[in-house]
Ligand binder design. Structure first.
Ligand code: ADP
Ligand code: MG
Length: 274
């Protein structure tokens, strides 16, 4: 019997999936015997942008990769804890990796479109990987919808057959966002998505995030404290001090955390003291 998800038509005309809450519970992580996260719990509510901040090496990217089952791709990696998407553990043994990826998309620091592939095919690349079928009209519609959401349609609509690798860095990153959106994720994880970009492209992507959060729950890792304040409603401060594994020192409402942090280490970090 064929899997219903695999044979479903393209989601172009479907109503958007309801907003989802992602709940990480007691996440610990290791590479070999090196523990890099220690019992991290964080609820990333539906329809909210959550920022993960903290010094390099404190486990932010590892945490993000655990949220969509990328951590397990590293042979030496192991983890404990649960990741619940609206209450369902994405690590349940019966669940397929591809389903977790379909619901929880990822955008990386370095834009990574398929360089020789057309802009059009880049947007649709995830459909093949997740087994979604679509007619030509549905594909055309999906490409327009996703490029529009990523703020690229107007500038690229006459160049859809041009290779993705020919775009500027900011456009490439927005193309990657469009590609993530094509499979209708319920959560979008973004690991320092603007750190390789100029201020103008950064601003465009921030505006895109603020629009997208009406449709998708967003988690972003950023080293830019102004960016965390501009885009996120919730913020979590990670720290791995003196060789201890990374843990959350403090989390909560972004404005409150920047204006009046509870922990002196948070105060120092958000004020650029380390
Ligand atoms: P951050 O994103 O906060 O800079 P990372 O999650 O990248 O931190 O790294 C956390 C720790 O895990 C670091 O000590 C890093 O060296 C280690 N680490 C990350 N990826 C790997 C890997 N693939 N193999 C071994 N150690 C890793
Ligand atoms: Mg990182």
């Amino acid at each position: 019997m064929r899997n219903a998800t695999a044979t479903a038509p393209a989601p172009a005309d479907e109503p958007p999936a309801p907003l989802a809450t992602l709940d990480a519970r007691d996440i610990s992580a290791w590479f070999g015997d090196h523990q890099v996260l220690d019992r991290v719990s964080l609820t990333m509510p539906a329809g909210v942008v959550t920022s993960l901040i903290g010094p390099s090496g404190c486990g932010k990217s590892t945490f993000l990769r655990i949220l969509n089952r990328m951590h397990e791709l590293v042979p030496s990696a192991s983890l404990a804890g649960e990741v619940l998407l609206d209450g369902d553990d994405i690590y349940d043994t019966g669940r397929r990796l591809v389903d977790a990826r379909k619901h929880i998309g990822m955008v990386f620091q370095k834009p990574n479109p398929f360089p020789a592939m057309s802009i059009y095919d880049n947007v649709l690349a995830g459909l093949t990987l997740t087994g979604i079928r679509a007619s030509r009209d549905e594909k055309d519609h999906l490409v327009e919808t996703c490029l529009t959401k990523a703020g690229l349609w107007r500038e690229l609509k006459d160049r859809l057959r041009a290779p993705g690798g020919g775009l500027s860095g900011g456009q490439q990153q927005r193309l990657c966002i469009a590609r993530s959106l094509a499979v209708k994720p319920r959560v979008l994880l973004m690991d320092e998505p603007c750190s390789a970009l100029d201020p103008t492209s950064t601003r465009v992507i921030e505006e895109t995030m603020l629009e997208l959060v009406h449709d998708v729950t967003i988690v972003i890792v950023t080293h830019n404290m102004q960016q965390a304040q501009r885009v996120s409603q919730q913020c979590a401060f990670f720290l791995a001090s003196h060789g201890t594994p990374g843990a959350i020192v403090e989390h909560g409402d972004t404005e409150a955390m920047f204006a009046d942090p509870i922990d002196p280490r948070t105060f120092d970090y958000v004020n650029g003291r380390f």
